[in-house]
Design a protein around this ligand. Structure first.
Ligand code: SAM
Length: 253
């Protein structure tokens, strides 16, 4: 089973035991993975379910190749709670890597934001590209869930979302701030063992402004440090998420 290729589909593609594959998915299975009719692979709906599936020809002629779902597979590779990343967009295409690696680290939802010192003007096709990257990373890392990626938002508007959302009292919110004497993220996580969800915010190359940090604190975020070294805008989310992973995986054992 571990050797089988994985394909993420959308749940609306499923009709009873059949999965109507898109042209792109058919091409990927046939030409890239070189699977033939009758060969098995794993289908994941990105919302928590996996099935063992077989590649078949669609006799109804609606679609060329379809997947036949043979058996549901019980699997649990997700972190025990939701993990949300608010990330000020770094320069160039670097957010692509943040999406890929943060998906491997269990993020369930991304909020890319433009803050005062963000240098990037994101391209119109960004969301589709990031969703594709997240899907591939979820398949590769054997997750059941493909993270949701919100469209790019303005920083203060995104903070307001967190204020107005009916977040559980055990939703821990952290804003990572370089050059400070705040407590370490690890210590704060270990101090509070009852989290039901965790939100991490990381800034752009130029860092957060004082106003942005104060607004986050007023919204219930705790300012934290990731150590004495100054991490790049693309490194900081990965370090923060790795720390969260270490704490949550221990809890899972
Ligand atoms: N130019 C900023 C400065 O000199 O303070 C540094 C910005 S850093 C390149 C980009 C982001 O990564 C920061 O806004 C922060 O969110 C995060 N970051 C980097 N190093 C960090 C550290 N040691 N502790 C906490 N956050 C850090």
């Amino acid at each position: 089973m571990a050797d089988l290729q994985r394909l993420a589909i959308a749940s609306h593609q499923i009709d009873k035991q059949k999965v109507f594959l898109t042209v792109e998915q058919q091409r990927y299975l046939g030409r890239v993975l070189r699977l033939g009719v009758g060969e098995k692979f794993i289908v994941m709906d990105g919302e928590g379910k996996w099935w063992l599936a077989k590649l078949s020809l669609d006799v109804s002629g609606k679609s060329g190749l379809i997947a036949i779902l043979e058996a549901e597979i019980s699997i649990q590779n997700e972190l025990p709670i939701d993990l949300i990343l608010i990330c000020a967009l770094p320069k160039g295409n670097s957010f692509d890597e943040v999406v890929r690696q943060s998906t491997e680290l269990g993020v369930t939802e991304f909020f890319p934001v433009i803050s005062s010192r963000t240098l990037l003007k994101p391209s119109p096709q960004r969301l589709r590209r990031w969703e594709k990257i997240a899907t591939e990373a979820a398949e590769q890392s054997e997750r059941q869930v493909v993270p949701r990626i919100r469209d790019v938002g303005e920083y203060f508007a995104t903070l307001a979302l967190f204020e107005s959302q009916n977040l559980s009292t055990n939703c821990d919110r952290y804003i990572c701030v370089a050059r400070n004497s705040y407590s370490l993220l690890l210590e704060s996580l270990l101090d509070n063992r009852k989290q039901e969800s965790i939100v991490i915010a990381t800034g752009p190359e130029g860092g957060w402004t004082n106003e942005e940090i104060e607004a986050a604190i007023a919204t219930g975020f705790q300012a934290v440090s990731l150590g004495k070294r100054i991490l790049r805008a693309v490194t900081a989310p990965l370090v923060a998420l790795s720390i969260v992973n270490s704490v949550l995986e221990r809890r899972n054992i």
